[in-house]
Design a binder for this molecule. Sequence first.
Ligand code: SF4
Length: 459
Amino acid sequence: VGDQGPADRVAGLPPPRLREDPALADELLARLPDGPWSRATSVTDLVDPRRSYWRQTRGAPPISPDRQAKMDAGRRAHRRIDLALPAEGAFEVRLRRGGVSARIDLLADVPVEVKTGDDAPPDDLVEGRPEYVDQVAMYCALLDRTDGRLIHVHPDASGRPTVRAVDVAFADPAVLRDELASRASGLRSALASADPAGLPACRWFARGCEFRAAGRCECNGAEPFPSTAFQDAVVGVVVRGDVEERWNRALAASSAPLADASFRRFRDLLYPRRTYFETTSPEEPPVPARPSPGETYPSEVYDSTVGALEGGPIGDVRRLAETDSLVEEEVAGWKGEPYVIRTSRAWSRARADAALERFPQYAIELGFRCAVTATTRARVVLAYERAENPRDRLQVLEYDFGDGVASYAQLYRDRAATLTAARARADPRELPPCALWMTTDCPYRARCGCPAESGRSQR
Ligand code: SF4
């Protein structure tokens, strides 16, 4: 495949067959809120609402190299688990109910929260790690279930993964739902009134909280004690020796360490020139502004659309099994096929027969995702921010690559090799220029010396 053109248009790539799917768009439209676009609260926000408050109002604090290394190791460990135990259930199941969203690590016979770390966990996971219990309790609340599982994976003295597994039974899903709703409304009220006083003390206050270290919070340790409602609802804890044994065996059999993913996102290979600068000498990203009352922001449109997908049947949206670990970003699947959600400020909907010309980047983004999941069909869900008629708010475009997916797989590998070589030579000149619209506000423009604008994509 030739790769001389702008990064979102590549000469010689076989175009996918493209069609609009109005039935799927209708399915999603039925789940959009009647009123304005709205944003969900995540289960992760509700484990420590105070941290979420500061993150949403003041931005995430810088991540220390140590912490980044731990997070990277955690992601690799999770990926290794996914690859070693494919038959265990559905991984990273996403769902949303009542304005609360969750990404469940594993949906097996019960919802499972998987934790990884360098150190052995306390003997009593339920007593010693209340935040794990909170998380699995919230999954149960959203799924209307009473049983969940906690799994902790850490290396033993010889570095071999060691698994602890306990099943946790809760008394009544209604109690769990009430506590979930109370946490969500507490966080929403704090954000609406810009007053975090009623939010419970953060469990990380005295454990190296990075918001405190960066001066991005006003906590003083005298905040209300966190609720114990989820722990109080526990009526049974059973150590699952059989699960521990199965996991230990599977992880030992796949003990070859996973190589570090070389790229964080598929976008890195879609726009490799921009990625070169972002990863070799990044500019500090601006702290996102909070929307003013009554204003619609692209993130709300995006989040509402995510909610429409995640509000469907359980398991409809989940991670797809990948055949390659070059890119760290997981491939989310909707109804078993890769998808991306994109927002548009266009006044008119795209015609399916013009979409390849209008959005050339989507075919490559989806082609890469198909290439690493052994699939040949994928979808873009387009959300139109300016749609006046509610029925025009969403559009689903289906891309069928057929055998042509092999060319996208080749481009994926070529782009990865070219970007790796550019980094090694500290020279981005061989990398294809980004789309023209990206150049206008690009903070790297002066250093990039990107080619002349003529002949480059407008998208
Ligand atoms: S100046 Fe243009 S080509 Fe260069 S990195 Fe920025 S967007 Fe990409």
